[in-house]
Write a protein that binds this ligand. Structure first.
Ligand SMILES: Cc1ncc(C[n+]2csc(CCOP(=O)(O)OP(=O)(O)O)c2C)c(N)n1
Length: 583
């Protein structure tokens, strides 16, 4: 055993590795992403990015049926995508253990909604474990594999941003040498025809009863005795806040949030004068405790956003100035497209065209921010394409052109089926695939478009043009989004064609530039302070007190987008190589 500082995500990866998982598979998404990246660095395993979470869980189902242990990673919304196999895997059960990391994002630091993944437990009939720090993230992931195989069920390890991203000391151990269980054909278990599924349905209830008994005895749920005038039931990150704000209270720390240990909780409730629940996100524990007849006192714990020690103190009427939020008073730092981002040229064109843009999720969602302000919707991964079609079906947008915008990773995740839908249903519309050859938003993960696996191997790259043609799209063209005039012209032509068309805007993410361009600067004499260059929203361009533009050469990557919008030739090369790009 050695003590190492690890994030919760790294600890989950290590726990899975120690437990003998031979495969890790997932789709990136904050705050889960680093888990699979950390797992990929450990010896004796295979780690793969899947095109989406459903595929990831299906691969895991195969690994499990083949008798090996497997870790699956995703963010909370990813579980929605994987829900179809998840529900039926609760029927089939497992061969080798399946552990799913579902990482929630309360407060939506980087998500389109808040979801509390503990709810999947009762909904899908799968156990849910909830670590409170990195050390527990490792231990509970290991325990989850044992529970998965002992009770024949996939297990969810539910994390949240603070658990996934905070670091703590972890006593990591050695990897368990574990033989793969030899495959024996068992259609009654794995082939969910209704006749088999009905039998497995009864198994599911039996297993849940056994798990409920296990919940009563497992040390994953523990009582920390204290002052019996106040008893707090808590779990996950909230446990840390309770210990900090109410150090003398009696605490029931829930580590297994589904199924709950009803009798143990009832005994705890009897032992204290007041029973309260402190939890982040949904009132999951409170509702379930009340449903088993426990009298939980209502306190003002917000269900929206992240919980903090300060909010817990406030709910108990404590005046603890030291617990005021450390982040209050920090200047806001709104997200922006990077200097040289290839997405900028596309949104510059879309704003000029006054298109209604059904958008999608990725760095390009920042096209919604001023000054580009050229996106009208963003619902979930892949939604842009179906929504464009739906807008057409509804009769259009008061004569304005309707355009879908989707990134390459998102297109592979769930855009292809939307395009197939439009082609199959003889629809029209223009779809822009912003192909920067990477899953940029979540930190440069690979995807089926970019030719490199998570293990570092060179592999096939999907040819987007050929793929679209195979789906039945006859008008497919490629543009360089840094050529602003050509990009605008191509989009205008495709809109005018009134057919189904795809424009692939192809240029690498600015953070992957292989060559160093020369930086640009503003000729103060030629600049007329017209403000045109600032409308493209490049963070390298600022305004002087005089209203004239200036370029921060330490940020400029020399993409020359601004040169193309300046009507007075006031932006010129410095002849000096930029700080980023190249060797
Ligand atoms: C179901 C789901 N899974 C994962 C995510 C996290 N996520 C948001 S955007 C994105 C991919 C963006 O990549 P791409 O479409 O290539 O655009 P880029 O950021 O490169 O511009 C991911 C993985 C999510 N929001 N929803």
């Amino acid at each position: 055993m050695s003590d190492t500082l690890m994030s919760g995500n790294e600890a989950v990866a290590h726990g899975a590795w120690e437990a003998g998982a031979v495969v890790g598979v997932g789709y990136p998404g904050t705050p889960s992403t680093e888990t699979l990246e950390a797992f990929a660095k450990l010896p004796g395993i295979r780690a793969e990015w899947a095109p989406n979470e459903k595929v990831a869980l299906e691969v895991a189902a195969g690994v499990s049926m083949g008798g090996a242990r497997v870790l699956v990673t995703m963010k909370h919304v990813g579980v929605n995508v994987a829900a179809d196999p998840l529900f039926t895997l609760a029927y089939t059960g497992v061969g080798g253990g399946i552990v799913i990391l579902a990482a929630d994002d309360p407060g939506m630091h980087s998500s389109q909604n808040e979801q509390d993944s503990r709810n999947w437990g009762p909904f899908a009939h799968v156990p849910v474990l909830e670590p409170s720090d990195s050390s527990e993230a490792r231990e509970m992931t290991k325990a989850a594999f044992d529970i998965s195989e002992r009770f024949d069920v996939p297990v969810i390890v539910r994390s949240t941003t603070r658990i996934s991203h905070s670091k703590g000391l972890v006593s990591s151990g050695e990897r368990v040498g574990r033989d793969v269980i030899p495959y024996v054909s068992d259609p009654a278990k794995w082939l969910m025809l209704p006749s088999n599924a009905r039998k497995r349905r009864s198994e599911l209830d039996k297993r849940m009863r056994a798990l409920a008994e296990f919940a009563e005895e497992t040390t994953l749920n523990r009582i920390e005795g204290g002052d019996t005038s106040l008893g707090v039931v808590t779990s996950g990150v909230s446990y840390n806040y309770v210990r900090e704000v109410l150090p003398s209270a009696s605490v029931f720390k829930v580590g297994m949030s589904f199924p709950l240990p009803a009798s143990k909780l009832a005994r705890f409730a009897e032992s204290v004068d007041r029973l309260v629940v402190v939890e982040e996100a949904d009132p999951y524990l409170k509702t379930r405790l009340r449903s088993i007849g426990l009298e939980v006192e209502g306190i003002a714990i917000p269900t929206e956003g992240e919980l903090t020690p300060g909010l817990v103190a406030q709910a108990f009427g404590l005046d603890t100035p030291l617990l005021r939020e450390a982040i209050s008073g920090l200047p806001p730092r709104p997200p922006l497209m990077c200097p040289g981002c290839p997405h900028r040229g596309v949104f510059h064109a879309l704003r000029k065209i006054r298109a209604v843009v059904t958008g999608d999720i990725g760095c390009y969602t920042l096209g919604a921010m001023p000054p580009l302000s050229a996106m009208d919707s963003c619902v979930c991964m892949g939604a842009s394409i179906g929504m464009t079609h739906g807008m057409h079906l509804a009769g259009g947008a008061e004569g304005r052109p309707i355009v879908a915008v989707i990134g390459d990773s998102t297109f592979a995740h769930s855009g292809i089926t939307g395009l197939a839908h439009i082609a199959y249903n003889a629809g029209t519309g223009t779809v822009l695939v912003l192909d920067n050859r990477i899953t940029a938003m979540t930190g440069h993960q690979g995807n089926p478009m970019m030719g490199r696996t998570l293990m570092g191997e060179q592999t096939v790259e999907i040819d987007v043009e050929k793929l679209c043609e195979a789906l039945g799209v006859t008008r497919v063209r490629v543009v360089d989004p840094h050529d602003l005039a050509a990009t605008e012209a191509a989009i205008r032509e495709e809109i005018a064609a009134d057919a189904l068309s795809v424009v692939v805007a192809q240029s690498p993410c600015a953070l992957l530039l292989k060559e160093r361009n020369d930086a640009y600067s503003v000729d103060d004499e030629a600049c007329t302070a017209c403000g045109a260059c600032s409308k493209i929203g490049c963070p390298a361009i600022g305004l002087e007190d005089s209203g004239k533009a200036s370029i921060d050469v330490t940020l400029c990557v020399g993409c020359a987008d601004c040169v193309q919008v300046c009507r007075f030739d006031a932006i010129e090369t410095t002849g000096l190589a930029c700080d980023i790009g190249g060797a």
